[in-house]
Design a binder for this molecule. Structure first.
Ligand SMILES: Nc1ncnc2c1ncn2[C@@H]1O[C@H](COP(=O)(O)OP(=O)(O)OP(=O)(O)O)[C@@H](O)[C@H]1O
Ligand SMILES: O=P(O)(O)OC[C@H]1O[C@H](OP(=O)(O)OP(=O)(O)O)[C@H](O)[C@@H]1O
Ligand SMILES: O=C(O)c1cccnc1
Length: 511
């Protein structure tokens, strides 16, 4: 990089900070020395090669990544996975081993394989920050750059955004279910490692779960990698491995006198588990310590937790908490709360880490514009299913707030501008007679610059900042949009110009 380029850069410091941060992230155990360039579908490489052979591989294009349907009946999605996207783009190189493997496929010419050696991401990326509340059809990533680069990255970007956004959204549903009608919220701990769809799904799933509001994870690699608080209790095997439950409890309390959580359901929760826990709780109290909690992992959690609470209270152990686990999800947690279960923390595994009822987000990556004669021309993909017809052109996403409340989002062409002091008429892009006028609104551009001309300009936030962004974002939406069952559909409209452009292209291709 030349010195002149450095001084010409408008905010060199921002770029340096962004680089330092992604370099540090790339050294984390989950990211370090991971293969990147071949994390793609073969057809991305064959299309790249075809463009290369035709001499059109550096033609500039625009792609959008967006999803179409909210998962699990939710009314929105929490965008997540951008850190992994930036890590991938930053480290995207073809190693000698990658090139040797591609050569062995006997599909690609030597000049192409040579070209791959110098391959770097040189494009622009605009993205919604992680933790942003987003809705169907809104671009979460917008890329602009040479078609070979943007084609190669398609599959990897989709897997990162699809997975983490899905799990962050599921986690937030579960965390939200753990709030009582009075607003008190018992924490949710993610415990899904053993049920995750393998290693990355567990670690990045734990990260997404933290973004969605879980207070911690049982996954130690996720703790080391992302600084998520780790916590753990004990398994049934611990209790089974001692001659008696009481001895098992005592031995654990000896090992962790300040952090003892006793699993009380190995034999009989109310006849032995809780009485033995009370015994150990008293012994700890006698030595100036405190039994932290018991965990109930089977049976009727509402009944057992109420009985256990009563027994602990009668023994004076008021500050011993009760943790529940056992195939929990947002519905069972909500129902247990309605039944008056006395639970201080929830441990949730399978349903959270796999998003059990809705296991894929289904985001897509679609070509929206292509350079022709030096200018970007809009492109459209037509489908019999109106919902699958793409929105053409290089676009932006604006969120309008009226009296502080998110009122509607607008997908508009990138060069459009809107004046908040003038009335703006929004209309439903399908049922166009449904219209509303907003005025005196605040406006937020959701897509933020991340890469410009291959240079990273976005300093990735840490996980705690991302969580705060989720909370601040949710606070600006009406509860009717956030509720779990039959939420109101939030308006995502098209600007008049974008709508007209779409109609024009539709009629051109289907006269
Ligand atoms: N009071 C309750 N109301 C509604 N659902 C409950 C209640 N108590 C427990 N559950 C849920 O019922 C299911 C009980 O599962 P199941 O009967 O298969 O096993 P279990 O009681 O956990 O026992 P084990 O772990 O020994 O198999 C779990 O999903 C649990 O979350
Ligand atoms: O139930 P989940 O939400 O997936 O949460 C994690 C579960 O993993 C552990 O037990 P495991 O499932 O290994 O055995 P168990 O069902 O026999 O307790 C733990 O005791 C929880 O029950
Ligand atoms: O710490 C626990 O209690 C735990 C961790 C993982 C899975 N089940 C339980």
């Amino acid at each position: 990089m030349s010195g002149t380029e450095e001084t010409r850069w408008p905010d060199a410091e921002q770029h340096e900070r962004a680089l330092a941060r992604i370099e540090a992230i790339s050294r984390l155990p989950v990211y370090r020395d991971r293969p990147v360039s071949l994390l793609t579908d073969l057809y991305e490489l064959t299309m790249m090669y075809g463009h290369f052979q035709a001499g059109r591989h550096r033609q500039r294009v625009v792609f959008d990544l967006y999803y179409r349907t909210n998962p699990s009946g939710n009314g929105y999605v929490i965008a997540a996975g951008l850190e992994q996207v930036v890590w991938y783009l930053h480290n995207l190189r073809f190693t000698d081993a990658d090139i040797a493997y591609l050569r062995s496929l006997r599909l690609f010419s030597e000049p192409f394989l040579e070209y791959l050696r110098t391959f770097r991401f040189t494009g622009d990326l605009y993205a919604v920050p992680e933790g942003t509340i987003v809705f169907p059809n809104e671009p979460l990533l917008r890329l602009e750059g040479p078609i070979d680069e943007l084609q190669l990255v398609e599959s990897a970007l989709m897997t990162f955004i699809n997975h983490q956004s899905l799990i962050a959204t599921k986690a937030q549903r579960i965390v939200d279910a753990a709030a009582t009608a009075q607003g008190a919220r018992a924490p949710v701990i993610e415990m899904g490692l053993r049920r995750a769809q393998n290693m990355d799904a567990s670690v990045f799933g734990a990260r997404a779960a933290f973004i969605g509001g879980c207070v911690g994870t049982s996954n130690v690699l996720a703790g080391q990698s992302f600084g998520i608080p780790v916590s753990g209790t004990m398994g049934h095997s611990w209790v089974q491995s001692f001659p008696s439950e009481l001895e098992a409890f005592r031995a654990y309390a000896n090992a962790f006198p300040d952090d003892t959580v006793l699993l009380v359901d190995t034999y009989d929760v109310l006849r032995s588990g809780v009485p033995n826990a009370i015994q150990v709780g008293r012994e700890l109290a006698a030595s100036g310590r405190r039994l932290k909690a018991i965990r109930i992992d089977s049976g009727d959690i509402a009944y057992l937790s109420k009985q256990a609470r009563r027994m602990l209270d009668e023994a004076g152990l008021h500050d011993v908490g009760i943790i529940a686990s056992s195939d929990l999800n947002e519905w069972t947690i909500r129902d247990l709360i309605v039944q008056g279960a006395r639970i201080n923390a929830w441990g949730v595994g399978t349903s959270l880490i796999t998003s059990y009822d809705h296991p894929a987000l289904g985001a897509v990556y679609k070509l929206a514009a292509q350079e022709e004669g030096g200018v970007l021309r809009p492109r459209i993909k037509i489908s019999e299913n109106a919902n699958k017809i793409t929105n053409p052109g290089k676009k932006k996403v604006l969120r309008f707030y009226v009296n502080g409340r998110a009122s509607a989002d607008l997908i508009a062409l990138d060069d459009e501008s809107f004046n908040p002091s003038e009335p703006l008429e929004l209309f439903d892009p399908v049922h166009t007679y449904k219209r509303k006028v907003i005025q005196g609104f605040e406006m937020e551009a959701l897509l933020q610059p991340v890469y410009i001309g291959g240079r990273l300009v976005y300093e990735l936030p840490d996980l705690r900042q991302i969580r705060r962004h989720v909370e601040a974002g949710l606070a600006r939406f009406a509860p009717e949009i956030l509720r779990h069952v039959n939420p109101h559909i939030y308006h995502v409209d098209l600007s008049q110009r974008l709508w007209d452009l779409k109609q024009r292209l539709l009629h051109e291709w289907r006269p």
